[in-house]
Design a binder for this molecule. Structure first.
Ligand SMILES: [Zn+2]
Length: 105
């Protein structure tokens, strides 16, 4: 039993015990369970309040990760636009300087 770990469904918050390093799904939600990184013994030793706190903590961390992922995607879009306008700016400077040279003759 020592090689079993506690897993949790991120949707319905139900907990399960499975062998370590398994990708398992919640039978109800059909979604990958999260490894709670805690052994069955440690989990059973927690009080209901501590279990609740552990679940909340895990959900908070997950929300944070999703949030960071969204920021990262947005930054990527912004940097793409910065590169686009940067190239446009350089091209317009070249065009303007060519025109200025031409009119000076
Ligand atoms: Zn579920």
């Amino acid at each position: 039993m020592a090689d079993q770990e506690k897993y949790i469904c991120p949707v319905c918050n139900k907990t399960f015990k499975y062998s370590k390093n398994l990708t398992v799904q919640c039978p109800q939600c059909k979604i990958d369970l999260l490894d709670m990184d805690i052994s069955i013994e440690d989990w059973e030793a927690l009080s209901p309040k501590e279990k609740r706190a552990k679940i909340d903590d895990l959900n908070a961390r997950r929300t944070e990760l999703l949030y960071l992922d969204r920021i990262h995607k947005r930054l990527r879009t912004i940097s793409r636009w910065v590169v686009f306008f940067g190239v446009l700016f350089v091209i317009s400077i070249i065009v303007v300087s060519f025109n200025t040279c031409g009119s000076m003759k």
